[in-house]
Design a protein around this ligand. Sequence first.
Ligand code: ZN
Length: 265
Amino acid sequence: MKIYIITDLEGVAGVVNWDSHQERSSDTRATEWMTAEIQAAIDGARSGGAEEIIVAESHKVIIDKLDKEVKLVLSGGVASYLPGLDESIDGVFIVGQHARAGVGTGVLNHTGNSAIFNTYLNGIAVGELGFEMAYAGNMKVPVILLTGDAEATQEAKALVDSMETVTVKEGINKYQAISLHPEKACELIREGAKRAVERINEIKPFTLKAPYDYRVEFTTTQTVSKMCLIPGVRKVDERSIIYTSDNFQKIANMNLLRAYLYDAE
Ligand SMILES: [Zn+2]
């Protein structure tokens, strides 16, 4: 069995502010906690029967602290959405995830970057996790485990109720939370990962019907002006664009371009 792990930082136990990003601070504890949670997920997957594990690195995962048998997807620059996530994967884990932009009690809630107000796929409001689930689902690959704060796990469950989730902190608001101790979080993630692998056949992929509509509401009109330079992108209103395709890969590519055209003003 082959498991692909998508990683993020903001939904890790102990993390409640942007300073936790190693890029922005000398405090490396957050990346250590994130790395430990990823390793806990790897350990759980192995004890459940997974043989091959691929980890998509983000936010400077301390890769030499991970199980030496994993394969790492590394991105010094990004021009491909989740490389290595294809039909050969049996199940996906999303570790350390946060809620979508606008969810008040979602710790560090956001979608991609601060230029995004909302994103929708076929009319369904999705954040990063919903987009990832749809991307995998388009290849009939289920996301079988998601770990993060309470709002993130609820957001995932609302899309596929049968998936396994592990809640590591409860948000009070964007920057305050009641969190588990990092070691306790790892203990629960290990158990959740094992259960997810054991239950893989009961968990459905999140599938949408083609044609796929990708609508993005931005916080700034300038990003709309830039996005409309791309052939096929249509303006919906001063803050929103829509892009439609029968090919989900093209929707994922548009999602990457959207990140490049970031404009926070
Ligand atoms: Zn994220």
